[in-house]
Design a protein around this ligand. Sequence first.
Ligand code: AQP
Length: 351
Amino acid sequence: MTDAVQTPHVGTKFTPRVFSGIQPSGGLTLGNYLGALKRFAQKQDEGIETIYCIVDMHAITAALLDPVKLRQQTRELAAGFIASGIDPKRSILFNQSQVSAHAELAWIFNCIARMGWMNRMTQWKDKAGKHAEAASLGLFAYPALMAADILLYHATQVPVGEDQKQHVELTRDIAAKFNHDYGVDFFPITEPVIEGVATRVMSLRDGTKKMSKSDPSDQSRINLTDDADAISAKIRKAKTDPEPLPDTAEGLADRPDARNLVNIYAALADLTVEQVIADFAGKQFGVFKPALADLAVEKLRPISTEMQRLMQDPAEIDRILGEGADRADAIAQPILRKTLDIVGMIRSRRG
Ligand code: AQP
């Protein structure tokens, strides 16, 4: 056994499979939609096998949640997935805690990952901040559980926003160290898929900070459940600078608030930043913001309406999640069993 990590390579024996997850740690934001959900639906429509997980075990790592709220947010997130185009018949959609193999594999990975690797994670540093001593062990071990989520399905691709890139790289390190230490080629070296103009949607109050569902300021984000008036008001009040929009995309380089709004417009309209700039060059925000608000309302209204409809029937959402969990478990169990076998653990129980 050594600590060395082999040069990663993508194993050729792995069939393409997409896995990604979202925490039910609050309501969905425009950042989650553009950076994750919209792209999850595109992956599904490309015909690759897609597995999407509501990571409720991750959701209690930063702070324990009111149990009623956690259940409600889990169902709301499931509704958000479906309303964004995830078809639970074509994709597998489930909540993490229903497939106990996630926790079992995470334990093995806790023993593979090194403290130094975890200490370097920027999300750990950001979320634990100066209070690392008081942070939960679960928050520190978060990336090992995320590695288990991905590798339990031998996923080859993980579509994520920019903020999760480091965690996917750690997943690769864990897979490579496991393969190396046990002399196997068992886990794939998964690729993060970070594509498009909206891989990092920023706060409407501060263009240098990520839009986040747990930001204390509701004005910093657009929620998928916001109505048209709330969306328009938030965009109208979004922070900008006094300059008009530039003539070229390069002109946005040192203008994080302006760049953020242009990126959001481009992602919602399926345009490039250059195309948006061509349409609005030299225009004031008094012109651009109403256009952005109209576009956001037009694109988000069908999603929030469908979410509200789905939320009327929580039993149906639970049924969909249960069915998804059964399908996920059927893929996960043989991979977990083989992992434990490689590690040297005996599984001789019948049934
Ligand atoms: N602002 C964002 N721009 C682009 N993508 C984003 N994602 C999140 N925020 C943005 C992507 O959404 C997926 C799910 O994220 P998550 O809920 O698992 O955790 P997160 O990245 O920590 O998202 P939040 O909203 O900031 O949650 P909290 O506030 O609970 O920490 C990921 O693919 C993420 O990249």
